[in-house]
Ligand binder design. Sequence first.
Ligand SMILES: Cc1ncc(COP(=O)(O)O)c(C=O)c1O
Length: 368
Amino acid sequence: MIIDPCELSPSYVRSIAPYQPGKPTSEVARELGLKEENIIKLASNENPRGLGPRTRAAIEGALGELARYPDGNGHDLKQALSRRYGVDMASIVLGNGSNDVLELVAHAFLGPGRASVYSQHCFAVYPLATQARGARGIPVPAKNFGHDLDAMASAIDDETYVVWVANPNNPTGTLLGSQELEAFVRKVPERVIVVIDEAYNEYLTPELKSDTLKWLKRHPNLVVTRTFSKAYGLAGLRVGYALAHPSVADIMNRVRQPFNVNNLALVAAAAALDDMEFVARSFAENLQGMRQIEEGAKKLGLDWIPSYGNFIALRVGKANEVFKRLLRRGVIVRPVAGYQLPEHLRVTIGTAAENERFLVALAASLKD
Ligand SMILES: Cc1ncc(COP(=O)(O)O)c(C=O)c1O
């Protein structure tokens, strides 16, 4: 009998369920016969404000360089990050989005016979990256939709090499306080890598931010990941980074593709760090937008999970139905049944006009 060539792949790879990204506007336009310009996408936690001015200029200035390979070490971006955050360049790992650096952690520290611990309702990449390395995932039931750190610490077994914590978490938007998070990092054995994923860090008010970069000095097993995809508006260019002990960064760099971050992404990200006004405006408008959606949800009699990111999970009941009705009205949001939240829809905070349009469409979709 002729075998299906997919059978040649290890069983742990074959059993991976594909990641479900937010629907692109072009696909929704095609499927529903809508005009693309009439569709709004609030499904992937992107920045609705586009790019900062310095970033745009840097990208335009780098177009002539595209026939060349990028700097495989990302020197200029690492230098900019090193100056901004006071970390050694040897402590920085650059990635094709922070998704890439999460994969590098799994590649470097997981494999068959090893395990990683993560929370229920966690970012999908943690279980995916774990499974793709043939390692065992240890999901831990959530507490109030967020991480139950005591239960996570207890779930660490002899085979556990990585524990993943997103702060704030996606898709729930829950936040852990600095003290409880630091106590957790202290409690985890040194032989276990602790990943603190801070993809939404720039949306936090200063007093809510944990001083994770300071903790790096005391905890060589700590990896902090961040991204340019959210507040910096560069989701389409794919650039993120990890900050870690130089030995950890070194091992992650060994399993990295030599040119994993492209030319445009490198120059754009370095410039984006200087687009401080743009990031400040993104932060402020996001807070206003969050209040706008919360007030709208309240008027509709809906419940939600209080969120610290640029998105919010609203409890709408039959979420998949409401999702489809919103789609027909040209509004794309994210169903999160795959995250064990079948009654919620995750909505990215858009511009004030997008939020208003979403709320009007939601009111109608709840009545249909
Ligand atoms: C918690 C979290 N971590 C990491 C990422 C990955 O983002 P990127 O690969 O664009 O940096 C996301 C994206 O939505 C996220 O929500």
